[in-house]
Design a protein around this ligand. Sequence first.
Ligand SMILES: C[S@@+](CC[C@H](N)C(=O)[O-])C[C@H]1O[C@@H](n2cnc3c(N)ncnc32)[C@H](O)[C@@H]1O
Length: 275
Amino acid sequence: MACWRTARSEARDPDRGVGRPVAASGIFAKKKTGGARAAGMTEKRGSSGRGQRDLKVRVKSAKGRRLSSTRWLERQLNDPYVKRAKAEGYRGRAAFKILELDDRFRFLVPGARVVDLGCAPGGWCQVAVKRVNALGEQSGKPVGRVLGIDLQEVEPMPGAEIHQLDFLEDGADDKLKGWLGGKADVVMSDMAAASSGHKQTDHLRIVALCEAAAQLAFDVLEEGGSFVAKVLAGGAEGELQKILKQRFEKVANVKPPASRSDSSEKFVVATGFRG
Ligand SMILES: C[S@@+](CC[C@H](N)C(=O)[O-])C[C@H]1O[C@@H](n2cnc3c(N)ncnc32)[C@H](O)[C@@H]1O
C-alpha cells in the first residue's frame, strides 16, 4: 500500500481546504471530565510504545447499559479521530476516511460534481464541500457541487443539497438523477445497513448497496470520473471488482488509517471511468 500523507501535513495545505492543524495524539484528557465521571469512567495509564504516556479511559459497566454499549462508549472516548472530528468541526470521524482517500487519489478537485450516498450525519459532505469549492471560497477556482442522500434526516449544510431517500427503494436512482440533472464526476458511497450481528448477512447487504451505487455510477459518471465505495472484506465482492475493472482504468482496494483496524470495512476506489 502506498504511503499516506499524514493528516497533519494535509491540514496545513490551504488549497485542499482542510481545517487548522491539530496535534496528532491519542492521549485523552489528563483529568476525568464531568461527563466521564457521570459515565462511571476511570483512566488507566499505559505505554503507547512511542515514548508517550497514554491515558486510557475505562468505562465501568452500569445497570441498564448493555456490555456492547459500554464497549462502544469506551472505544469512542479513546479514539483520537473522534477527538479530532470534534476539534476540527466535522460531524463524525468518518470524515477522515474520505480525507485520507482523497489525499491519495485526488478525486475531490475544485469544480467536481459529487454524489454522496449514505451521507448522514454529513462528514463526507463537509469534506467534499470544501475540496470541490462548492461555496466558491477558493477564488479563481471552479465551483463544484455536492448532492447527498441518506435514509435518515440530515441537518442542512451550506454548499450541499441533501435529500432523505432509501437508495434501495424502487425508482430511487431516477429521483437522484432528477436532482442531479446531468453528469457527476464522483460517486461515493459510505452506505452501510444496520448490523444484523451476522457477519455473512452484513457482508451480503453491503455488497448489495455497493452494487446499487456502482450501477448509479455507470449511469451518471462523466468519462474520467471516480467511484469510491465502502465494502466489507468477505469474498462476495469479487464479481463487483471484475465489473469495475472493465469500466475503470484503475481499481484499488484500500483501508485508510482512519478505518478501525478491528473493522472488516475497506474501500474500493475506481478512477478513470471509461464510459
Ligand atoms: C457510516 S454512515 C455514513 C457516514 C457518512 N459518510 C459521514 O461521513 O457522515 C452510513 C449511512 O448509510 C445510510 N444508509 C444505509 N442504507 C441506506 C440506503 N438504503 N439508502 C440510503 N442511505 C442508507 C445509513 O442511514 C447511514 O447514515
